[in-house]
Each structure stands twice: as C-alpha cells, then as structure tokens.
Design a protein around this ligand. Structure first.
Ligand SMILES: *Cc1c(COP(=O)(O)O)cnc(C)c1O
Length: 389
C-alpha cells in the first residue's frame, strides 16, 4: 500500500478518514469487507490485488493509509493485536541477531523477549535507554540489528530521546523501532525524528473505546527488512477481523478530541496531586520536576499523554486500598480508553518489573477533571485512615 500525500491537518485527516467514501453506494462510511476469498480474472490474475483474507483485507486499507499519513511513513500494516505487531518486528530478524531493549517497557513484550525470543535465538539485552553512554557501550557493531524503545515507557513513563537513539542505532547499521502507543501518532512522530519503524497497540488510544484488540506498524521505508515484516503477517495470519478494522477506523475519527482531553486531565491531576499529603511521588512527563521532562518537551507536541503513575505515601497496602476504593476510576488493566482506569502494577508485572510496590498506574479518560480528582482524593483519604502502615 502506498498513499498520495493528504494536504490537510491530522484533525481533518482523522475526522474524515482522509476523505474516504464508498464508491459503490456513495456512503460516507465504508462497508465492512467480510469475504475471505476473491475471484481471479480471465487472465488468471487478481484484478484488485485481493486474494485471501489471511494475508490482507480491503477493510485494513483506510486505517493503514491514515496511520501512514499521521506518522509520515511510507507503508503501514494492521495486526490482530499490539503484541502481534511488536513480535513481527522481532520475527523478521534472524537467529543470532543482537537486540537492545529497554528496562522500562510494556511488561508482556519484555517477558516475550526474555522467553520466546531468546529461546528462538535472538540475543536480547535490556539497557537503560535514558543513558546514551550505556546504550552506546552495549552496541555490538555488525551484530546489533535493532534497538527497541518505548517512550513514554510503561509504567513509570521514563522518556527516551528518539533522535539520539536513532543516531546510535544507525551508527552501527541497526534499526530503531519505537513503541509509540502512549505517545499516540498525535503527540510524537518518531519517523520524523529518525525512527525506522513505529509500533502502536491500536487497542489503546487509536481505537479509544476499550472494545477492539488490534496493533499496527508504520515503516519509514519499504525496504527488504519491511518485506520480511510483511511476510511475517502474511505467513502467520495475525490479522484483525474486518469488523474490528472497521470499528477501529470509527474510533480513530475522534482520536484528536479524546487525546486532547486525556492530556488535559492527566496534566491537571498530576499537578493537583503533586503536593498531596498522601502522595510520595507523581510520575508524569508533563511535570517540570520529572526527570525526562525536557526531552519530552522537545519531542512531544500538544501534551504529555494521558498516562501517569502515583506512589502512595502509605505504602503497598495503602496503594491497593486506593485502587479498591475509587468509584469513577475503574480498577482494570489497559489504557487509552474514554473511561479512566486505575491499576496496581506490581501485582500484574511480577518480579522483573521496575515499578515500585506502592505505585498505581492511572489512565486518564475524558471525564470531568474535577470529578476524577475528587474521586482519587476520597480514596486516598480512606486508605490513610483504614490501612495500617
Ligand atoms: C497494550 C500495549 C501493548 C500490547 O498491545 P495489545 O494490543 O494489548 O497486544 C504494547 N505496548 C504498549 C505500550 C501497550 O500499552
């Protein structure tokens, strides 16, 4: 798939799905293409390029085109989940290849890298991606083929300098791949900063309504490596259903509004909780006191995202009590939906996790900011008076 440049802003591109309409019916919304197989032409070719739906489906095309436009890439692929997209990046490497990945990253991918990918022959090394000297030191010229980063990094929101990591990767002929799920295609455009491939869990902000599991990759160029990624999807068939792709496009049409509200709510709540008596620390890239704030301000535009974490002064049991006591903040995993979620991450991530035991992860939704804040305040007050240290 390649796309003509679309001359309008991200807001217009999203709201109008880049102007797509259904040519057959003149409908303003596209149909869902449910066929699994397609008829050959008289000359034995496939006139539309569609062959069989494990490999590709017309319902993916408008989503992929929109992602290409937003990320300023040259090609994009939808997958059946964020993990299917992420693992395709590694499956397109070869056994023996050396990979640098961050210490702070999406936990399920870290587990997959240290488990399956290692067994399968990749040499996985976890490094502190906020320390350029350490990353440079870890590079093995000729062997290192890929640097994977995630910024802001789940669940402590550490910020990695994308341009600096792209330079380091390219200095040894490796690729830089960025998990940009929490930055969204609106706040950060990694390809414009030198990244080779961008990954999104489309389950999160892209769809935004907690009702579709999907993933995406966007590539800066259509090269031999990218063709290997294309073949991983084609061969393995880790694709979303056409219905999910259609629903994802509907969700994306309001992404700019949702992300704007989530950023406002997260920034407001982070600022309000900073001085709160029951809070030991607020972790949010939009706070001037946050370690990665200056780099975040350099590479993020329009907000610092909807994700923040808080450390509860009363310790682990108090943190768990807070998550159990909020009413508006729903106690569930995941992020990036219109409803606010709260979660005690140490319970989820297990022993390899970098997250402190007293930490709660918050996904700010698009509800009223003061009502969200009041709900946290009542839960913090309850935990202070009901949990013994
Ligand atoms: C959720 C998530 C993933 C995995 O995506 P799924 O759609 O759940 O497979 C990867 N990276 C980040 C940062 C995520 O939040």
């Amino acid at each position: 798939m390649s796309t003509a440049p679309y001359p309008f802003s991200p807001a217009t591109a999203l709201a109008q799905a880049m102007g797509t309409i259904d040519e057959t019916s003149q409908g303003v919304v596209l149909p869902i293409h449910v066929a699994t197989t397609y008829i050959r032409g008289a000359d034995n070719s496939y006139p539309t390029g569609n062959v069989y739906s494990r490999a590709d489906n017309p319902s993916y095309k408008p989503v992929e085109a929109l992602l290409c436009q937003l990320e300023q890439g040259s090609d994009a692929l939808l997958f059946g989940s964020g993990m299917a997209a992420a693992t395709a990046v590694f499956q397109a490497l070869k056994p023996g290849d050396h990979v640098l990945a961050p210490k702070v990253m999406y936990w399920a991918l870290r587990n997959w890298l240290l488990g399956f990918a290692k067994d399968w022959g990749l040499q996985i090394e976890l490094v502190d991606m906020t320390d350029s000297a350490a990353v440079k030191q870890a590079l093995q010229p000729g062997k290192t083929k890929l640097i994977w980063i995630e910024t802001p990094g789940n669940p402590t929101w550490t910020i990695t300098d994308i341009a600096a990591m792209a330079d380091l990767a390219h200095s040894v002929g490796a690729r830089l791949v960025v998990d940009s799920t929490c930055a969204t295609p609106l706040l950060t455009k990694p390809i414009t900063l030198g990244a080779d491939v961008v990954m999104h869990s489309a389950t999160k902000y892209l769809n935004g309504h907690s009702d579709v599991i999907a993933g995406a990759l966007i590539s800066a160029r259509n090269d031999e490596y990218w063709q290997r990624v294309v073949n991983v999807r084609k061969g393995g068939g880790a694709v979303p259903s056409p219905h999910d792709a259609h629903q994802l496009l509907r969700g994306m049409r309001t992404m700019h509004l949702r992300v704007r509200e989530a950023c406002h709510n997260a920034q407001y709540i982070a600022e309000q909780l900073q001085q709160h008596i029951d809070i030991a620390e607020v972790m949010y890239p939009g706070l001037a006191s946050f370690a990665g704030h200056q780099i975040a301000a350099k590479q993020m535009r329009g907000g610092f995202g909807g994700m923040l974490s808080i450390r509860v002064a009363g310790g682990e049991q108090a943190a768990i009590a807070v998550a159990a006591t909020t009413k508006l903040w729903k106690r569930a995993t995941s992020l990036g939906g219109v409803e606010s979620l709260i979660e005690h991450r140490a319970s989820v991530e297990g022993p390899d996790s970098p997250c402190p035991p007293d930490m709660l992860r918050l996904s700010a939704g698009i509800e009223d900011a003061n009502e969200l804040l009041a709900d946290l305040q009542q839960a913090l007050a309850f935990a202070r008076t009901h949990v013994r240290k």
